[in-house]
Design a binder for this molecule. Structure first.
Ligand SMILES: *Cc1c(COP(=O)(O)O)cnc(C)c1O
Length: 241
């Protein structure tokens, strides 16, 4: 039997531990811990856990599926935190996504960009923050745009009124050794720097959404400004998701 109190205690302990590790990783490479935003990825975990985490101070929650997020957001409250979509977005879910999310990390095509912009217009939503997901690992199962198409998509975003292009996201292949993620993170930073040099993020530097439970320390060393952490906060998921 697990009682609610001990579960909360565990969540609090894990959350505090992750936050301390982020601070440590930032300090080790001379960065301000405040420059790294923690996005707690709650996929497969119940809304009760999300609510508890918000009480513990979480400000940003991420989900990877629109349908699962929809139910959870209804239970937790749309305005309680910033909601991030970190999984692939299908065209037929774009309409719901515009209602549900503050930030979309997985923009990967010009068609989807135009569709989201149109939907914002239709719903009189002033702006929607998006990151382009870049496919650096070329795995069958992972989405994202190829490096070769990044410039054109970024330029398209510049011409769309309602989408605010805030940065880049990547999901490298899984390696046991997190050091092997480093070249992917470094490459994403180079791409971000190139776009920033062309003024694509206005006067901002541009976000880097990279790093998960097993490799976020390396991602922070390579410049991550958003880390997406699920397992280390909420515990193991019962299914691969
Ligand atoms: C599940 C997921 C995460 C979090 O993964 P953990 O290994 O549990 O920290 C981060 N980003 C994306 C896109 C995910 O789908």
């Amino acid at each position: 039997m697990v009682n609610a109190e001990s579960t909360t205690g565990e969540l609090a302990t894990r959350f505090a531990h992750v936050r301390a590790q982020i601070v440590g990783a930032a300090q080790r490479c001379g960065r301000a811990a405040d420059d790294v935003k923690l996005i707690a990825i709650s996929k497969t975990h119940p809304s009760s856990a999300v609510r508890e985490l918000i009480e513990l101070g979480a400000t940003d929650i991420g989900e990877n599926r629109v349908q699962e997020a929809e139910a959870k957001i209804a239970e937790v409250g749309r305005d309680k935190v910033r909601w991030h979509l970190v999984g692939h977005l299908q065209a037929n879910k774009a309409r719901r996504a515009v209602d549900l999310f503050d930030v979309i990390h997985s923009l990967d095509s010009i068609d989807l960009a135009r569709r989201l912009d149109r939907l914002c217009m239709e719903k009189q939503r002033e702006n929607l923050s998006v990151l382009i997901q870049v496919d650096l690992g070329h795995e069958e199962t992972k989405s994202g745009i190829e490096e070769a198409g990044l410039g054109e998509l970024a330029e398209t975003l510049g011409s769309l009124e309602r989408l605010q292009f805030v940065g880049l996201m990547t999901l490298p292949p899984f390696f046991e050794n997190p050091e092997h993620s480093r070249p992917f993170f470094r490459r994403l930073r180079e791409l971000r720097d190139e776009l920033a040099g062309r003024g694509m993020f206005g006067d901002r530097q541009g976000e880097l959404s990279m790093g998960m439970t097993h490799d976020f320390a390396v991602a922070i060393e390579e410049g991550a400004t958003m880390v997406r952490i699920g397992t280390a906060i909420f515990g193991e998921r019962s299914s691969r998701h």
